[in-house]
Design a protein around this ligand. Structure first.
Ligand code: PA5
Length: 461
């Protein structure tokens, strides 16, 4: 069955701090306006991620490359950051068995292990490079812009290591980048390094269903056709202007109304499945970088997304969600069928603190804990909703990805911001270029030099 969204606990007055009843009554009309604005955006060609499920040529690029390298490599290393890293990590965690990277080749079905380097902390990179057999390693250099400092720095180090080891770069490297712009494309053409495309109209955090996510996924044996089929089914469901039938529309409107009408500025994503731990991190980037913006007329908007994991965070953040300021919504993700479910033995029928567990399964316990937490939050007036999956498989993950990507575009229209850009990170980049001495960054250097210098009166130690 397809993904289900239950938002009963989002609505006031039943849930005291929920979305006000009058706001929800008029939401359907508001959504008609939003859907029309998004349809116009789609027609203008900027929402390329919506076309990915039907782009069989792009899917074939990833699958063909993966099939052609099968058996040649034990390790695949993605170099990338932001949208170029969070998607592959989320897919690996969701769709490979836990600890899969630790299994030997035979038990991995001869698929390589997948590592994702999403930072330039030398400790991590040095340690990984020291352990890799470069002759059995494929590096995927992923950058939409083809110029991100962190990814380029990693690439230069890897380039040097391959050269020092006398290894053929055209065999050990593949680029995933924009078809035209950036530094990687011309290098690929000049040096004969294979390069897969991120369509020009798909930005970093919307790119998981391009070769950014599909290539590493295909290389480690994930069913990418299933992912795209699930995403396509969700895109179809979300084409309706009828709010009551559109899960992405309902999600976006409820979150927006909770933020702007009920003071719930923090949006928690809390799956009850280890497989979805990194999916929550992927969502955090999508929601934060897309919606945290200065309005064209001035003033700032943007909900703060937060990742949590059930049941683990019941012993950590849930106290805050229950009794801290009522400024949050919580979205639970529940899973009905759990792979490898375990029956809890009834070893101590006479010990009441243990005996009630006996005879139930771990999956049952996890699911009951999710429902109990949702109910407890509702009882305290804290709005929450639940996305229910039958199981964690490629089709359901594809559905979730597409739902949240579309919801982000709707939310952009509701907040009145462009969800596809990220101008706020530009100044920090310019200052970095200035301090690193990149040619053309002289103006940024001058601006940097006008900033307050460290003041010894305000430094301790
Ligand atoms: O969503 C985005 O656009 C960003 O988070 C990018 O993914 C990130 O900055 C990396 O950019 P690039 O893929 O161009 O190297």
């Amino acid at each position: 069955m397809a993904l289900r969204l239950d938002y009963t606990n989002m609505l006031a007055p039943a849930v005291a701090h929920g979305v006000p009843a009058d706001a929800w009554r008029t939401a359907a009309a508001e959504f008609t306006r939003v859907q029309a604005a998004v349809a116009a955006q789609r027609d203008s060609g900027v929402l390329g991620f919506l076309d990915l499920p039907g782009n069989t040529t792009l899917r074939a690029q990833s699958q063909r490359f993966a099939d052609s390298r099968r058996g040649n490599f034990d390790e695949v290393v993605v170099l990338g950051i932001g949208g170029s890293a969070l998607g592959p990590v989320a897919l690996r965690t969701a769709l490979r068995r836990p600890y899969w990277n630790l299994l030997d080749a035979r038990r991995r079905g001869d698929f390589p292990r997948l590592h994702v380097l999403d930072n330039v902390d030398p400790r991590t990179i040095t340690a990984l490079l020291a352990e890799l057999d470069l002759a059995r390693t494929l590096f995927i250099i992923t950058s939409k812009s083809g110029g991100t400092a962190e990814t380029m720095a990693q690439y230069l180090i890897v380039h040097d290591r391959l050269q020092a080891a006398g290894l053929d770069r055209t065999r050990h490297l593949v680029f995933v980048t924009d078809p035209r712009q950036g530094a990687l494309r011309p290098i690929a053409e000049r040096e004969g390094i294979p390069a897969l495309d991120i369509p020009s109209n798909v930005g970093g955090r919307f790119s998981v269903l391009t070769p950014v996510g599909m290539l590493p996924a295909a290389l480690i044996g994930i069913d990418i056709a299933g992912l795209l089929a699930g995403a396509g089914a969700m895109a179809e469901r979300c084409a309706t202007p009828e709010l009551a039938k559109n899960p992405a529309g309902a999600y976006a409107l409820l979150q927006w109304l909770a933020d702007t009408r009920a003071g719930a500025h923090i949006h928690v994503m809390m799956p009850y499945a280890d497989a979805l731990r990194d999916f929550a991190a992927w969502f955090v980037q999508l929601w934060a970088e897309s919606l945290g913006k200065i309005l064209p007329a001035g003033g700032s908007v943007g909900p703060t997304p937060l990742a949590a994991l059930g049941a683990t965070d019941q012993h950590s953040q849930v106290q805050l969600f229950m009794e801290g300021p009522p400024d949050k919504t919580v979205t639970f993700i529940g899973v009905a069928d759990r792979e490898g479910d375990l029956l809890i033995p009834n070893a101590y029928p006479d010990v009441k603190d243990l005996s009630y567990l006996g005879g139930k399964s771990l999956g049952q316990l996890l699911d009951i804990e999710r429902r109990a937490t949702a109910g407890a939050l509702a009882k305290r007036g804290r709005p929450n909703m639940t996305m229910a999956l039958d199981r964690v498989d490629a089709a359901h993950i594809g559905e979730l990805i597409m739902l949240l990507e579309i919801a982000t575009i709707y939310a952009g229209a509701l907040y009145g911001v462009d969800p596809l850009n990220q101008p706020g990170v530009e100044l920090g980049k310019q200052f970095t270029y200035a301090m690193m001495g990149r040619p053309g960054s002289e103006a940024a250097r001058r601006e940097w030099d006008t900033l307050p210098q460290p003041d010894s009166r305000h430094i301790i130690g």
